[in-house]
Design a protein around this ligand. Structure first.
Ligand code: ATP
Length: 371
């Protein structure tokens, strides 16, 4: 089969890790007989320098041409948060333009890395959960917003606003995904104190009878942040309406997987029609690691590209409906880790330290070799 991929490396460590994501994608293409046509484009700081905009029309056109976007990271080490054109704004614009409302962030444990994390192996062993968050609404996009000066000093305002249909499409996606996994859905919010939480909870309770085979539980975000570290095996699919709170537990998840360089992420626009399960396949999406620009390690050849390589596997699974190819990449990463190859962030005594490119080449070779 043939697919078109927009490659958007962005700033900081993005180009380092995206190069290895592309290598894994092309290896899967050779192994399974698919053709991936790539077109690279700019975003963020690079785009501001070249076009005076963090998300120029040229970039949007290439993304619109593609079947999926492979993304690095955006932002600058010393970004001026008061500037009108901020490099980091490019990603929010891209999400909104393509209505990529549904962010999927899976966390699982590769047995080879069970001792790398700061958590006890018996706590994290066999952990496998998926965090879903709504990323094109809520506080990041809500209006009115802004900073102002008054006689009594400065003021700031942000707004959280959700429509029932937004909550419904995200929750239906979450129920469907839970149905295809261990059939458990945890809805996380503050329905005790916030109206937004009450809305999401009401919608979830109303939808639950349609998904009677899925167990629905409610948790406040503080309980969930505790539980994901204390008893992570309890969780299967976890959905947040609050982007920022979900962001915090996602970085917690990096500790379970071993490093910020491990967890992948996909941002999709499922076609929530009659069957969300079908809508999740072949849907347009943007795939990137959960980490940001990591300016402290950018361009040094030491970043761990596995999060981006696993994001490529998510692209194959969700946007191209190629589950076998996706599983081949996930497994190839496992075999390279089993053989003891490590980037510095997941290094352990007695293992072989390799560079960003070397681990990318080892994984690509394993993808082509197969089991
Ligand atoms: P941003 O503001 O763009 O989010 P950041 O540096 O604040 O950037 P992250 O990019 O998420 O946040 O990185 C946090 C830390 O995790 C980095 O300082 C880096 O040391 C580590 N890290 C992030 N990505 C990787 C990676 N791919 N490999 C190894 N370490 C990483």
């Amino acid at each position: 089969m043939e697919f078109k991929v927009a490659v958007v490396p962005g700033d900081g460590v993005g180009p380092d890790v995206v190069a290895e994501g592309v290598r894994a994608l092309q290896a899967a293409g050779r192994k399974f007989g698919h053709k991936f046509t790539l077109q690279e484009t700019v975003i963020g700081g690079q785009a501001v320098k070249k076009y005076g905009s963090s998300l120029p029309k040229e970039t949007l056109d290439i993304c619109a041409w593609s079947d999926a976007i492979l993304f690095g990271s955006v932002g600058e080490a010393k970004e001026d948060f008061y500037a009108t054109i901020r490099p980091g704004g490019g990603l929010a614009g891209l999400r909104k333009h393509f209505e990529l409302f549904c962010n999927l962030r899976p966390i699982w444990v590769y047995p080879a890395l069970i001792n790398v994390t700061p958590l006890k192996p018996e706590v994290i062993r066999d952990t496998n959960y998926l965090v879903i968050r709504y990323i094109t609404g809520g506080i990041v996009y809500g209006k009115p917003r802004g900073l102002s000066k008054t006689k009594k000093g400065r003021r700031a305002v942000n707004t959280i606003r959700f429509a029932e249909e937004e909550a419904e499409k995200a929750l239906r996606t979450a129920f469907e995904i839970a149905r295809s996994r261990r059939k458990k859905l945890t809805l996380v919010n503050h329905s005790n104190v916030l109206e937004i939480g009450k809305l999401w909870r009401q919608v979830a309770v109303e939808l639950a009878p349609e998904y009677a085979d899925v167990e629905l539980e409610h948790q406040y975000s503080d309980n969930c942040a505790h539980g994901l570290i204390h008893h992570p095996r309890h969780y299967d699919v976890v959905i947040f309406e609050d982007m920022a709170q979900a962001g915090m537990v996602n970085d917690e998840g990096a500790n379970i997987m071993g490093s910020m360089g491990m967890p992948p992420s996909g941002e999709l626009c499922p076609n929530v029609g009659k069957s969300v399960a079908d809508g999740l396949l072949h849907c347009f999406g943007l795939y990137q690691s959960i980490h940001g620009t990591a300016p402290d390690i950018a361009g040094q050849g030491i970043a761990n590209p596995i999060a981006t390589i696993l994001s490529v596997a998510m692209m194959l699974r969700y946007s191209f409906n190629l589950p076998r190819e996706a599983a081949a990449i996930d497994a190839a990463v496992g075999r390279v880790l089993d053989k003891g190859y490590r980037t510095v962030d997941i290094m352990e005594p007695g293992k072989t330290r390799v560079s960003t490119r070397e681990i990318g080449e080892l994984i690509a070779a394993e993808v082509e070799k197969g089991t």
